[in-house]
Design a protein around this ligand. Sequence first.
Ligand code: CUA
Length: 341
Amino acid sequence: MRLALISSRCKLALLTALLAPPLAHADAPLEYFLHSAGPAATPTMHLGWGLTAMCVAVVAIIAVLLAGALVRRRPAAAPRALGKEGGGMGWIYIGVGVSTLALLASLFYTLVTLQAVAQPSAVPGLSITVTAYDWWWKIDYGDDSDPAHHFVTANEIHIPVSVPVKIGLKSADVIHAFWVPRLAGKTQAIPGQVNTQWIQADAPGVYRGQCTQFCGAQHAHMAFDVVAQPQADFDAWRDAQILQAASPADGQVRTGQKIFMDRCAGCHGVRGSDAVGVQAPDLTHVGSRRQLAAGTLTNTPEHLLDWVQHAQQIKPDSLMPSFTLNMQDAAALSAYLATLH
Ligand code: CUA
C-alpha cells in the first residue's frame, strides 16, 4: 500500500516536472538546445524540432488508429466460422510506404542540416585553440601574425558578437567533448589530434558550455562560459588580457606572492612573474573570470581562498591539492591573488 502511494507520488512529481513551463533563465538546462543563439546551432535546433514533431505525429496517428480499431470491432460471427483472409493488406502497404517516405525525408533533412553547419558562411574572424584537461579547459588566443597578441586563459572564452570563431580542439589526457548547446553541436577533443568546430553568437550574452563525454570523476565539474560581447568590448577585454601581472609593491602582497611562488608556481603560471607552470590554469587575470574550478564556484575572494584550502573536498580527485595555511599566510595569499585581475 505504502509502495503504491510512493509510486503514485513519483508519477505525480514526474508529471508536474514534465508539464512545468521551461525556466526563463538563459542558462537553465531546459533552454539549452531548444533555443539556439547562432547560425552554427540554429539548423540543428530546427532539425531537432522537426524530428520531434514527426515522432509526436507518428504516435498520435497510431493512437487514433488504435482507438478506432477498438471502437469499430468486427461483427460477431459464428465461433468456428472462418472469415475472409487477405483483408487489411492495404493498410500494411500504406504503413510501410508512409514509414519509408518519412525515414527518407528525415535522412535527407539530416544530411542538408549537416552540410549547413559544416562551415560558416564568412571567413572566421578569430581563431582560438582549446585544450581539454582533466577537468578544465585551456583557452589559447594564439595569433601567428602578431605574437604580442598571444595569451592563455582558462575556462572562459570571449568572442565578438556576430563573428564566426574557429575553435581548434585538443586534449591533454583522455577524450573529452566540447559543447556549447546554444551555439553549436558537440565535438570531441581527442589526444593526439586537432578537431575543429566553429561557433557564432548573434546576441551578446553568456553561453554555458560543458564537457559532454564522460572523462572521469569530475566530468560534471568541467564547464566553461562563452562570453559574447560587442567588438569594442571584446577588444578592450583582449587588451586587458594581454597585459602582464604587475609586480607587487606592498608588504603583505609581496609575502603572498612569495607563498604563491613556493607552493603554486610549479603548476600555475602568472605572466610577468617567475611563475611559469603550464599544467594548471594560467592565473595572470584569474580575478577577471566569472567562475572558479571550471564552473564549480562563482569567483569571489572567499570562494578563491576556500578553493585553495579545500580543493579536494570541493572537487575530489582533481590535481589541485588542498593547502593548509595559517591565518596570516591565507590573508597574504588572498591579497596577492586579488591583484591578479
Ligand atoms: Cu571532460 Cu567530461
